[in-house]
Design a binder for this molecule. Sequence first.
Ligand SMILES: Nc1ncnc2c1ncn2[C@@H]1O[C@H](COP(=O)(O)OP(=O)(O)O)[C@@H](O)[C@H]1O
Ligand SMILES: [Mg+2]
Length: 211
Amino acid sequence: MQSKDFDPYVYLGTNVLKNKLGIKNSTVLALREEQLTSIRMLQLTQKELPRSITFKQLCLVHRHIFSDIYDWAGKIRTGSISKGRTQFCRPAYIQTEGVKICAAINQAKCFTELAPEEFIKRFAHSFNEMNVLHPFRDGNGRATRAFFNQIAAKANYQINYIKIGRDEWIDACIQGYWLTTNALEELFAKALVRLVPAPGLTLNQELNFGD
Ligand SMILES: Nc1ncnc2c1ncn2[C@@H]1O[C@H](COP(=O)(O)OP(=O)(O)O)[C@@H](O)[C@H]1O
Ligand SMILES: [Mg+2]
């Protein structure tokens, strides 16, 4: 994922990220990472929501998810990275651009006053900007989704990512980088869950559990 230049994040001669567990096999690391990060991500859903949305908060989310595994958890990457033909933001601009993206979300009151269609448009736009930023050496997908679920929760929504297939997700991210956020909007619309019932309904009615 890193460019062909020397990558200080991996063990020399491998593509395995240096880690606190001393694991040098990528399959073993992926498995252990999956176990540890899923516990941390679950813990995040129980935490109180941040008062305002800041770029620092995204770094704290990343730190929470990955600090068992990587020294650089929560820290902005120092090298350039790409995926396929996508070149993510140059390291020198990450901090300033990250602050700008979050300021725009705050200015829009975390999209709390918008109808669902408009919410999805603005949410997808900001999510895409953060994906293009890709602030960390790895774990951007997990940290950005967790962070944006904190934003969605302020508007009483969650994105249920189980409803989104891996390939359609990556395709939508690639389209977001090159073209348009339409595909991301469609996926978010499919996976959007309201946390409180619509006016006039109880939650059981809304969820079709009867009452
Ligand atoms: N070719 C691409 N162009 C744009 N975004 C991409 C591309 N491939 C993957 N992504 C985005 O990057 C995320 C993966 O980033 P990564 O830092 O590896 O996070 P994680 O380790 O949590 O999966 C994907 O979930 C997707 O959102
Ligand atoms: Mg990754």
